[in-house]
Design a protein around this ligand. Structure first.
Ligand SMILES: Nc1ncnc2c1ncn2[C@@H]1O[C@H](COP(=O)(O)OP(=O)(O)OP(=O)(O)O)[C@@H](O)[C@H]1O
Length: 234
């Protein structure tokens, strides 16, 4: 049994049909990259996994239990945590206080010492206020908050968006460490090369359809797929 099984979900915004029979699976300890052009349906897929958008048909199973009817807070309680594109770090309180707040709202929080081990940069910046952090550091706080809640499945929505290349590199190292430590992650990202540098498998979505599934190694030989659906070199 996979940790997450998505079977033929169809999601809509009002009357607009956005996802068409999207199927995918996520194994425990696996990092999955969801790739595709702007407007392809990647964020809508994440929102469907998080209960923010309710699929009109299809099944989503988490640990073998059907969850497609559940509300976001019920899915969060099951250990599915979304790190949204807008990072929502509290600007007027310190990094440490931001993390403490996350720990206070979790039933069985991870220790902050363990978090600081994974994110040494946050340990250095623990006394700085949220608004004094760079975009990459804010993204680290957002990811750390999901980890503190002992997320069994972390959904990352465009974590590298709008960050300078050097900061993307730092954050990629963090993501690679999370992958090496066995965290299960679904990452939506426009920066294909960055996402594929630590993903185990990827799905490409185009016009709301899954058009490719494979490992980054397999994908690098699929020039026509890359050109048609991603428009970049991998
Ligand atoms: N709230 C909404 N209401 C109506 N249509 C929406 C809404 N959000 C997204 N869409 C449309 O749904 C389609 C898929 O959008 P989605 O955000 O899932 O794409 P994406 O692959 O994540 O792309 P991007 O990287 O640009 O966010 C697009 O055509 C988009 O215009």
């Amino acid at each position: 049994m996979s940790l997450l099984e998505v079977e033929k979900i169809n999601s809509y915004y009002g009357d607009s049909h956005i996802l068409f029979d999207v199927s995918m699976r996520v194994e425990e300890n696996e990092v999955i990259a969801l790739l595709g052009r702007n407007g392809a349906g990647k964020s809508t897929t994440l929102k469907s996994l998080m209960g923010v958008v309710k699929p009109k048909s299809g099944v989503i199973r988490h640990k073998g239990v059907e969850v497609q009817h559940m509300l976001p807070h019920e899915l969060a309680a099951r250990g599915i945590q979304l790190v949204p594109e807008e990072r929502r770090v509290f600007g007027s309180i310190s990094v440490h206080e931001n993390l403490q707040l996350a720990a206070m709202s979790a039933p069985d929080p991870m220790s902050l010492d363990a978090i600081y081990e994974t994110f040494p940069r946050l340990a250095e910046r623990r006394k700085h206020r949220g608004k004094e952090l760079s975009g990459g550091e804010q993204q680290m706080v957002a990811i750390a908050r999901a980890m503190i809640r002992n997320a069994g499945l972390i959904l990352l929505d465009e974590p590298f968006e709008g960050l300078a290349p050097l900061i993307v590199r730092d954050l990629m190292l963090v993501c690679r460490k999370l992958a090496d430590d066995g965290h299960t992650i679904v990452i939506v990202e426009q920066n294909v090369r960055a996402a594929l540098s630590f993903a185990h498998r990827c799905y490409i979505i185009n016009n709301g359809h899954v058009v490719y599934e494979g490992t980054p190694e397999q994908l690098q030989y699929e020039n026509s797929v890359i050109e048609k659906y991603l428009g970049v070199k991998v």
